[in-house]
Ligand binder design. Structure first.
Ligand SMILES: *Cc1c(COP(=O)(O)O)cnc(C)c1O
Length: 222
């Protein structure tokens, strides 16, 4: 399928989910996750009108960045090793996987301007998932104030691998409650207005629960 065709289906679904939730579709940003595909395919996504591209490895990011450069807004979505920070930091606008202070420290050391970060929270409790524990989120975010380049744009989570939609919904609701709690603190370094949640299989639920960035790979670019 052409990206264009997939995109029009997804756009319709975004509108449907927003209508369901009484939200404005303009508040939902679509990040095309290009980690499985070639730079050509990523380029096709840009030509279809997609603004945001997401990669989870520094190699994939560099390869696509070389071709597409500033025509996209780049998101780093995967678990990030500290030693890889210097390879990606001048390319990305958002990092979705901040999950430890040693990483915040390294980003702060390498960044020349504030970096919008999502704190990855393990709201499903699955052992295999990265992210900090929900109950540690607030203290983690407070501790990040020590690093001037870290701006907490929002929170990110991944739903559990299950067909149980109510379990999926709960993990998204939990993230939203946490986001509101952080917002309520009024911390200068943590506006925390955004929610990065929802992938190919669950983005409509995520939108219903308040997602502002959805990260879609397989159903959009393959
Ligand atoms: C791969 C990936 C996605 C996209 O997953 P799909 O199911 O292909 O839409 C989203 N977020 C993260 C963190 C990923 O690693």
């Amino acid at each position: 399928m052409e990206v264009k065709e997939n995109l029009s289906v997804i756009k319709e679904n975004i509108i449907t989910a927003c209508r369901q939730a009484g939200r404005n579709p303009e508040d939902v940003h679509l990040v095309a996750v290009t980690k499985y595909v070639t730079a050509e395919r990523a380029q096709e996504a840009i030509e279809a009108g997609i603004l945001h591209l997401g990669e989870n490895r520094d190699e994939g990011l560099s390869e696509k960045y070389e071709r597409i450069g500033q025509k996209a807004i780049w998101h780093f979505i995967g678990s990030l090793q500290s030693r890889k920070v210097k390879q990606i930091i001048d390319k990305v606008s958002y990092i979705h996987s901040l999950d430890r202070l040693s990483l915040a420290k390294e980003i702060d050391k390498r960044a020349e301007a504030p970096v919008r970060c999502f704190v990855q929270v393990n709201t499903s409790g699955e052992e295999s998932k990265h992210g900090i524990k929900p109950e540690e989120t607030i203290s983690f975010i407070r501790a990040c104030s020590e690093y001037p380049a870290i701006q907490i744009a929002g929170l990110m989570t991944m739903a559990p691998n299950t067909d149980d939609t109510s379990a999926i919904r709960q993990t998204f609701q939990r993230l939203r409650e946490l986001k509101e709690e952080v917002q309520g603190l009024g911390l200068a370094h943590a506006p925390c207005t955004e929610l990065s949640m929802g992938m190919s299989n669950d983005y409509m639920i995520a939108i219903e629960e308040g997602a502002t960035f959805i990260r879609i790979g397989s159903s959009l670019v393959g």
